[in-house]
Design a protein around this ligand. Sequence first.
Ligand code: UD1
Length: 411
Amino acid sequence: MKGRVRVSGAKNAVLPILAASLLASRGTSHIEDVPALLDVQIMMDTVAALGAVVERHGATVRVNAERLHSVEPPAELVRRMRASFVVAGPLLSRFGEATVALPGGCNIGPRPVDLHIKGFEAMGATAVIENGAVRLQAPPGGLRGARIYLDIPSVGATQNIMMAACLAKGLTVIENAAKEPENVDLANYLNKMGARVRGAGTDTIRVEGVEELHGAAHNVIPDRIEAGTYLIAGAVVGDGVYVENAVSQHVMSLIAKLEEAGVHIEDDVAGIRVWPAEQRRLRALDVKTNFYPAYPTDLQAQIVAGLTHSLGTSTVTETVFENRFMHVAELQRMGAEIHIEGRTAIIEGVEQLSGAQVTATDLRAGAALVIAGLMADGVTEVLGVHHIDRGYDNLVGKLQALGADIRRVED
Ligand code: UD1
């Protein structure tokens, strides 16, 4: 593969930004560089179901939330995507109540929302769980600012609490907050809407409550996980791939690992170029996922795929989610030599993978299988592509443009 591939706007930034738009009691938001993804459609539908006017024109989405008629998003939409739970914070903050189904989402182990709920409770809300949903009620006079320490720097809990705090009375301080770039993007958007959020991107976020928020214009940051996926693909099956719009600061941990594996990387203000490792075989690596700025769990499956053909024995340890090695069994069907010990995958590099029929079990596992298919001898058929549609804008078209022999045979 060679040439240029452009990274779309970040899924994980757009989702909370669409939810945050519910906080605006006047004006229309214009959100730019919104990727065409199933998950984004689910969030747009969720926001629209509450009464907001949501329109898409190309990569721009407009949201007007002046007149909402419900504080209860349809359970079937929330259950389809865990990230939908972030509508709880904005609704509770603006209307003093919200009833939100307990979420579903990717099939990657237990993913509770206890930290989100503890945060709301610290701000004076009551939470009652009944019929598979949580009913949240603010105290008389609305949410009150509070000091909240997160046991885990949860991305979603940080977002929900940050948004809930925007219209609360007084100061909220979130300690041990998630530092992910998507949360910084959300904070920037909230501030354009009139909020007073400081410290996003550090461990401590401070939010001074304001009376009301308004619509704002915002350009979403590029998707660092999509960028990382193309960088890994470029390292193992590329011949000089330029990943346009990739921000090197957001993928530092991956770049460090690829360089350690013998890959040559050059970055400039507009993107990152990746030259493959010698003979397109990575040197063995030890990789451990963790919260930002460490190596992201959302790029774990893709690096496992890349390392199946490496020189020597690699280890990849997953510390963020339990049960996130479902791609391993599929990669084994393609000839990969991997075994799992607890939370670590031990990968013996093999000379050649061979094409097989495999099944994507979640979004990033799907991307990993596509990378493995590009590396393998013969034809690989990836089933379950709807998982890939959740988070990759036009994966097939973008890879084709780089010269990959890939096509979509059915939905
Ligand atoms: C977000 C990302 C997801 C990414 C993940 C970790 C979005 C839409 N999704 O998911 O792609 O894989 O961050 O980088 O942005 N936890 C609790 N209690 C809670 C909340 C979380 O125990 O109340 C645990 C989870 O089970 C998990 C860990 O904390 O083990 C991290 O989860 P979290 O950071 O909340 O991930 P998400 O926001 O769901």
